[in-house]
Design a protein around this ligand. Structure first.
Ligand code: PLP
Length: 437
């Protein structure tokens, strides 16, 4: 393999590294092969996203057929393509909220930027242009574009880019291990979080807040599962102050939690849902922003006031991406992928639970086919993040690709994983843990 430095400006990578990146060249089922010919079980489905694995022939066929029939036609000025319209109907059919319309983009970030813009437009159309502010969580991840990056609560995403600013506010991370809530019962913690959230709204002025955005389960912030009852109580605050709720289901959408959407699994009542990743099993870039009926109607009213709705991308509803997404949804429904997740998830949970109480393990978390083992750097006298990286590297040596969010090593395998393959993931992870600790 070439050792020349890469000419690619690598996303989410320290740019000063002078070692070559790990290059993946091939995939099959739940495994990928690197440029040196080694195969790995992919414990994180690429970027939490290749839900149907790496060799689904129906998706390849859908893309090829659409490429041959109509490789591109956009969706501006009331002219669109048939596949985008059909996909919008498919998504509306499985929507967990009373649906208005679906907006298509290309990534999770642009879905969240779109949702934030729609929330502002919703208030503007009703004579409240001052409602611009967005509340998110300290540990939330919503992408890296200007608005989504500003709503992301991880400081390294802001540094140097001039993101966040007055229009973006951060609420406490709803982390059951939050140091400020040490010793509290789950109920007391919810009380504390909700009180703090409402104080934030009151201090900034509810009349200036457009929306609250949150992942149902916070992924990149370290697989944080908010305490039971948290969202229902936050919803009361949102209702009291006329604030919209955007559920970022970019990771959780299309089956990962054992339901088609985490909105259903957790009983949420969002006004807008953003999704991407699993919508096409990541075979092609596409995002969908599901706009609930109430918001959708107001957007149309607003547009009536000024004419064109001034938002959209060249590739909104790209026919080839839309064809792949349609086929993905067809497979997810035909094979009952959410049902399969419900069957396999307890297997992953049981395996991960064996680490609870193990040396240097601070916590173990799981929901559907999402899992996390959080290490305790304090106990090890290690700097934050190092243990996570070491376990990750050891897992790679053992033929297992995982990701680490700080000291939490996360699992988000393709949703087609079998119980036997879950065992293999757990065996390799256990070996990696033993190597390091
Ligand atoms: N929202 C969540 C919850 C994510 O996990 C991600 C990416 O991992 C995004 C948004 C951003 O998606 P993208 O990288 O496609 O812009």
């Amino acid at each position: 393999m070439s050792t020349a430095p890469t000419r690619m400006l690598e996303p989410h990578t320290p740019l000063y590294l002078d070692t070559p990146p790990h290059v993946i060249t091939e995939g099959s089922g739940i495994e990928v092969r690197d440029a040196e010919g080694r195969w790995y079980v992919d414990g994180v489905a690429g970027l939490w996203s290749v839900t149907l694995g790496y060799s689904e022939p129906r998706l390849v066929r859908a893309a090829t057929e659409q490429m041959n029939r109509l490789p591109f036609y956009g969706s501006f000025n009331h002219r669109t393509n048939d596949v985008a319209l059909a996909l919008a109907a498919d998504v509306a059919e499985i929507s967990p909220i009373p649906m208005g319309r679906v907006f298509f983009g290309n990534s999770g970030s642009d879905a969240n930027d779109s949702a934030i813009k729609f929330a502002r437009y919703y208030h503007w159309a009703q004579g409240r242009p001052e409602r611009r502010k967005i509340i998110s969580h300290h540990c939330g991840y919503h992408g890296t574009t200007l608005a989504a990056g500003s709503a992301t609560g991880l400081s390294h995403i802001h540094h140097g880019f001039g993101l966040a600013g007055d229009d973006f506010l951060s609420a406490h991370c709803p982390d059951p291990l939050h140091p400020a809530s040490r010793g509290m019962s789950e109920e007391e913690q919810v009380d504390w979080l909700v009180r703090d959230f409402e104080n934030l709204v009151l201090e900034t002025g509810p009349e200036t807040v457009a929306a609250f955005i949150s992942e149902p389960i916070l992924g990149a912030g370290g697989l944080i599962i908010p305490p039971a009852g948290y969202f229902a109580r936050i919803q009361e605050v949102l209702d009291r102050h006329g604030i919209l709720f955007i559920a970022d289901e970019v990771i959780t959408g299309y089956g990962r939690t054992g339901q088609m959407f985490a909105t259903t699994a957790l009983g949420l009542r969002p006004d807008i849902i953003t999704s991407a990743k699993g919508l096409s099993s990541s075979y092609l870039p596409i995002s969908a922003t599901l706009v609930g009926e109430r918001v959708s109607e107001v957007l149309a009213e607003g547009s009536r006031q000024i004419g064109t709705f001034g938002h959209g991308f060249t590739y909104s509803g790209h026919p080839v991406a839309a064809a792949v997404a349609r086929e993905t949804l067809a497979i997810v429904r035909e094979r009952d992928i959410p049902g399969h997740v419900c069957e396999v998830a307890p297997h992953l949970a049981r395996g991960l639970e064996k680490f609870r109480g193990a040396e240097l393990v601070r916590d173990v978390r799981h929901y559907g086919l999402l899992g996390g083992v959080q290490f305790d750097p304090e106990q090890a006298g290690a700097e934050p993040g190092r243990l996570g990286q070491e376990v990750l590297e050891a897992a790679k040596q053992r033929g297992l690709l995982l990701r680490a969010m700080g000291d939490t090593v996360v699992f988000a395998p393709p949703l087609i994983i079998t119980p036997g393959q879950v065992d293999e993931v757990l065996e390799r992870f256990t070996a990696a843990y033993d190597d390091v600790l």
